[in-house]
Ligand binder design. Structure first.
Ligand SMILES: NC(=O)c1ccc[n+]([C@@H]2O[C@H](COP(=O)([O-])OP(=O)(O)OC[C@H]3O[C@@H](n4cnc5c(N)ncnc54)[C@H](OP(=O)(O)O)[C@@H]3O)[C@@H](O)[C@H]2O)c1
Length: 345
């Protein structure tokens, strides 16, 4: 029998992407999809790619019934207000926002400014990145969705940290290029087409909140990120600059990246010497759950440039969340996530 999965925040981009994945998942069925702004409307009106799938209409929050899995797909600050209520409705919850990503109240206050409204719930959530927390996720009822920029940066850095290849007294800098869907479906003056189109806009050179997740997950302090919005709808590309220990060579790097990712179904090492696709590119993994990683080393200076491309809505959010659903429910981790991406696109 299929498990029922319901969503709150139904009209948003991550909800639409989650619905696409559920439709193609053999073990799951759509329960209810709550929308404050579109209750009673057919889902395809907001998510036109789902037309023809005979989906139920959006419902009000008060109509939400018990379900096997609940996905919270709302802006930051909302889930923590009602998490106790949601836990009565569903034994398994994945919150896609950043409400439950940080594991200390001090860190939460430092990065988000306010006191957390559900402090007892923070330790109950596991950070939902299977490449690091697979075992914890399988034992957990409550999983926090990942930050997209954080995911790209973490996956670029993980082999270097795991294999102790970095000089610890030099900073790590991640420069991240992002697509517009990262900002969600609500438009603002900065996202208006004549303003946004064709622009390359630095919007968080310092102080972006995803810094906290990366530092926490990788256990590194001296890590800094800088974000630039570019002409792209989906995708995030993290280019991470760091310095490796003296005498580290390309062979050591290959070994580190291969051993870190050899059993990971969604992380691919992309490092070719010929052709157009020598290094990761977000465009070719659009709609897929892949994270493509690569590296280059400047032997003169010891600077490593580690790169990771993802689709922000997939590996950067809902694709990874579906990996977590599969792990939490004991399904094959790749179920419903086999889509390869499109080429050309
Ligand atoms: N976009 C990404 O690439 C991405 C990546 C990683 C993580 N995330 C996180 O995932 C969450 C959802 O992102 P998204 O891109 O889907 O955002 P979105 O497109 O803006 O959708 C969020 C939905 O939440 C509901 N909502 C809005 N304001 C609300 C409020 N004050 N109270 C209750 N519900 C409200 C709305 O749905 P209804 O009107 O239908 O209720 C809205 O469509 C966010 O926390 C985001 O940070 C997003």
């Amino acid at each position: 029998m299929s498990l029922r999965i319901s969503i709150v925040g139904g009209s948003g981009y991550t909800a639409g992407e989650m619905l696409r994945l559920i439709i193609n998942h053999p073990e799951l069925e759509i329960g209810q999809v709550v929308s404050r702004s579109n209750a009673g409307q057919p889902m395809w009106r907001l998510h036109p790619h789902l037309r023809g799938h005979n989906l139920p209409s959006f419902v009000e929050i008060d109509s939400l019934k018990e379900t096997d899995i609940l996905i919270l797909a709302q802006p930051h600050g909302i889930a923590q207000k009602k998490i106790a209520y949601y836990s009565e409705i569903s034994p398994k919850i994945i919150d896609l926002s950043s409400d439950f990503r940080l594991n200390t109240l001090t860190n939460y206050k430092k990065w988000y400014g306010d006191a957390h409204l559900a402090p007892d719930w923070l330790p109950r959530f596991v950070y939902g990145l299977p490449e690091i927390y697979r075992e914890e996720i399988s034992d957990s009822q409550y999983v926090s969705g990942v930050g997209c920029n954080a995911t790209a940066s973490i996956l670029a850095l993980l082999p270097l940290i795991k294999h102790d290849l970095l000089i610890t007294d030099r900073p790590i800098i991640a420069e991240i290029k992002t697509g517009s869907s990262e900002g969600g479906s609500k438009a603002n003056p900065g996202s208006h087409h004549p303003v946004r189109s064709g622009s390359v806009r630095s919007y968080a050179s310092v102080g972006h909140r995803h810094t906290a997740e990366i530092q926490q997950v990788l256990g590194v302090e001296d890590l800094h990120i800088s974000l630039t919005a570019i002409e792209m709808v989906r995708g995030a590309l993290a280019t991470v600059h760091a310095f490796v220990n003296p005498n580290t060579n390309l062979k050591d790097l290959w070994k580190a990246y291969r051993s870190t990712y050899k059993n990971e179904p969604f992380v691919r090492i992309v490092r070719d010497s010929r052709g157009n696709y020598r290094r990761p590119e977000p465009k070719i993994i659009s709609g897929s759950n892949f994270a493509d990683v690569s590296f280059d080393l400047d032997p003169q200076t010891g600077r490593i440039v580690s790169i990771c491309a993802i689709d922000n809505l997939m590996k950067g959010s809902v694709g990874t969340a579906m990996q977590c659903v599969n792990i939490m429910c004991g399904f094959e981790e790749t179920t419903g996530l086999e889509f390869t991406g499109l080429h050309p696109i």
